[in-house]
Design a protein around this ligand. Structure first.
Ligand SMILES: [Zn+2]
Length: 216
């Protein structure tokens, strides 16, 4: 009984620690290798309900902790998107919602032009996390196609906003736009990494559908 009590106390202590610590690096990925069949079916139903066109991709095990499980290829989300291939359904759902309901309205309301294109910089890549000391041996969310990198946005009036050039833009409207879409991404994705985080992210936003609640 005493042993049980001490285990309970230890658990409580650890839980309390977890609440107060502010992590400086993303936590270990809590996502299972494969989403459940039910989760996946629900996610695809959500995409269809939102009027998002996609193609379901067959599961693929690429070995070494890399693979596609419950992945889709988005084919039409209402705004043209380049550089986006296989994405796990949950990430695709969060991404489509972000582009349609956050990026497009922010472009129109803050920058005064409709959104013409979103420039992606990749989704699936069998690799480890880069740019964070001590995390180089951990698989990136990209290894399961659970993350998308975004490099910029093109507006219908011809303007192009890039993360590399405009993240520290002196233009107040551009700043408001980038902050608005960042805030919205942090509500929709578990991990959001921006140029504020480290040099490896100076030219893109990393949006990952995990449960890490990590927004930098
Ligand atoms: Zn990334």
């Amino acid at each position: 009984m005493r042993r049980l009590t001490s285990i309970l106390l230890l658990t409580l202590a650890l839980t309390a620690c977890g609440r107060t610590d502010r992590p400086t690096t993303p936590r270990a990925r809590a996502e299972p290798l494969r989403p459940s069949t039910r989760e996946n079916a629900q996610c695809q139903a959500d995409l269809r309900r939102e009027g998002v066109d996609y193609r379901e991709l067959p599961p693929k095990d690429y070995g070494n902790g890399c693979g596609l499980y419950g992945a889709v290829q988005l084919t039409d989300i209402g705004v043209p998107v380049t550089g986006v291939t296989a994405m796990r359904c949950g990430a695709a759902r969060a991404f489509a919602g972000w582009v349609r309901n956050a990026v497009a309205p922010a472009a129109y309301q803050i920058l005064g032009s409709e959104l013409a294109r979103v420039e992606g910089m990749g989704t699936y890549a069998c690799r480890n996390i880069v740019g964070t000391r001590g995390m180089g041996d951990r698989r990136s969310g990209h290894a399961l196609a659970n993350a998308v990198d975004i490099g910029g946005f093109v507006l219908k009036d011809g303007r192009r906003i890039t993360i590399l050039r405009d993240w520290s833009s002196p233009d107040p409207a551009t700043q408001r736009f980038l902050q608005a879409i960042r805030t919205s991404a942090c509500r929709r994705f578990g991990t959001v990494l921006t140029p504020n985080y480290n040099a490896a992210h100076r030219n893109h936003l990393h949006l990952e559908d995990d449960r890490a609640r990590f927004c930098r």
